[in-house]
Ligand binder design. Structure first.
Ligand code: V55
Ligand code: FE
Length: 500
């Protein structure tokens, strides 16, 4: 029996739907550019069974992966649960066996495994396409390989045993110069360990280097950033310990007195020369880009002064602070020729933005010009009568780092946008020449829409309508048909009897 009455989101846009879906030939308004051939892949989660405790984090929801397969102006949709051991165990037991966020002590006796916490992953954070393969990622476990066409779960993948860390981040980077993937695991040797292991993997799946470092304190090392010379890791505010976990708490609490550290690890070194620069408290859940400038390293990121997540408590018991949770786009400058451990932090613009920013990935780790993300533009209308009292992100933006110009695209007065992806118009198009793509929740019609926008004019080209509200997205990405071996969707099978 399933009872969501006292669980999270018992009603409303994000209430659990618990189905898998195939929509052949989706409803499209406008014209999808004919040169788009690929898939917009979303990873997120929803509760198949309600959480074991009301204070658990939405980051514990069961992983779900979906794909909008686009070619020749048409779209086919597919959505599937990620079949983790945890998901299977719950189905078999017909109930939630697992405790709170990344705390193995709180799981049911039948599934508790303190030595192998990664068996409790929900694979609900981000998609990754690399070397022609598709994965669903969460930072507490190995990647789960997914068939890019059927979205079947093929299982965890450790690069034929070459990847030795127990965990794998949700935000590996692809170096556009070498084509290699830079990935890492923190808490790499077990729960609460201070081991950060960094790997460089070639597109044919061979591990080219393994670099091991120790972090200054164990924190949520959710994202990293890359230059041609350095692997760069922010460590900030969220803390954990075995004592906390034994007491039954969620994995993270926020300590506003902890400094921010930025780890600079030479890509051609062995980790022994890692330098940790130190600055005031902040949260850098996601990054934008970085590049080398002589002896300097420039890092851009959406940064908040405090805890962006109300469900991770403050260690001092203070209430969550929504003002400290706001993100601004900031630029950090590290002088690698200096012997000190300080850096310069500059707010590039005071606009309050969503921290899920993208760049034209061909410029990852290199000097670049455009930042794309989403925001709630207060000058645009919101129809509360039709759309209810929902939290809203109504616009995409392009921020020009060279001129300071902002261009915005407004998605509608009953809509809230998820993470945007940038698609270059062609492999050789100049930076920023292309499209933006992402999903929007339509709170009035209670359905999900895929939005396709010209990234220069910031005008809508097409919109795809799903006939239902789709699960919460954490991260979504566009992958073209060179990056994934995407087949044309088969016509749905006919299993009945035909009249002849
Ligand atoms: C994030 C999301 C997670 C997680 C850790 O967005 C960090 C940040 C959906 O799960 O486990
Ligand atoms: Fe993320």
């Amino acid at each position: 029996m399933v009872d969501f009455t006292n669980g999270p989101a018992p009603a409303g846009f994000l209430s659990p739907q618990r189905f898998e879906a195939d929509i052949y030939d989706c409803e499209v308004e406008g014209a999808i550019p004919k040169d788009l051939n690929g898939a917009f892949v979303r990873v997120g989660g929803e509760w198949f069974y309600p959480p074991s405790r009301p204070d658990d984090s939405p980051f514990s929801t069961d992983g779900y992966i979906s794909s909008f397969r686009i070619r020749d102006g048409i779209v086919d949709f597919r959505g599937r649960w990620v079949q983790t051991p945890r998901f299977r165990n719950n189905l078999e037991a017909r109930k939630q066996l697992y405790g709170v966020y990344r705390n193995p002590f709180t799981h049911d006796d039948s599934v508790r495994d303190l030595e192998r916490p990664y068996l409790a992953t929900v694979a609900n954070t981000s998609p990754l396409a690399f070397g022609g393969k598709l994965y669903a990622l969460k930072e507490d476990a190995h990647p789960y390989e997914i068939d890019p066409n059927t979205l079947e779960t093929l299982g965890p993948w450790d690069f034929d045993g070459q990847y030795k860390a127990q965990t794998f981040s949700a935000h590996p980077k692809i170096d556009p110069v070498s084509g290699d993937m830079i990935c890492y695991g923190y808490e790499a040797t077990g729960t609460c360990t201070d081991d950060l292991w960094i790997y460089t993997i070639s597109p044919d799946g061979q591990v080219k280097s393994e670099v091991k470092v120790k972090v200054p304190y164990v924190s949520t090392l959710h994202d990293m950033v890359l230059t041609q010379k350095y692997f760069i890791f922010p460590v900030y505010g969220y803390v954990t310990s075995m004592e906390r976990l034994r007491e039954g708490h969620l994995h993270w609490a926020f300590d506003k007195n902890m400094p921010t550290y930025w780890g600079m690890v030479r890509r051609d070194g062995d980790g022994s020369d890692a330098r940790w620069f130190k600055g005031p408290a902040s949260v850098v859940m996601h990054t934008i880009n970085a590049f080398d400038d002589g002896d300097k390293v420039i890092v851009d990121a959406p940064i908040s002064d405090g805890n962006p997540f109300p469900f991770f408590p403050q260690v001092d018991g203070s209430p969550w602070d929504p003002v400290a949770a706001r993100h601004t786009i900031r630029r950090l400058t590290f002088d690698m020729a200096s012997s000190g451990d300080s850096y310069v932090e500059q707010i590039l613009d005071p606009t309050d933005v969503v921290d899920l920013a993208r760049v034209d990935d061909r410029f990852n780790s290199l000097p670049y010009r455009y930042v794309y993300s989403s925001m709630n533009d207060p000058e645009q209308p919101f129809d509360r009568d039709r759309a209810g009292n929902n939290r809203v992100v109504n616009s995409y933006f392009r921020y020009d780092l060279q001129t300071g110009e902002w261009r915005k695209f407004f998605a509608g007065d009953v809509h809230s946008l998820q993470e945007v992806s940038f698609i270059p118009r062609s492999a050789n198009a100049p930076e920023g020449d292309g499209y933006l793509i992402g999903t929007a929740s339509n709170y009035a019609d209670m359905r999900t829409e895929l939005v396709i926008v010209d990234a220069v004019e910031m005008e809508q080209l097409a919109r795809v309508y799903l006939p239902f509200r789709h699960t919460a997205q954490v991260h979504g990405r566009w992958y073209n048909n060179q990056e994934l071996p995407l087949a044309d969707s088969p016509i749905p099978e006919y299993t009945g009897r035909r009249q002849t």
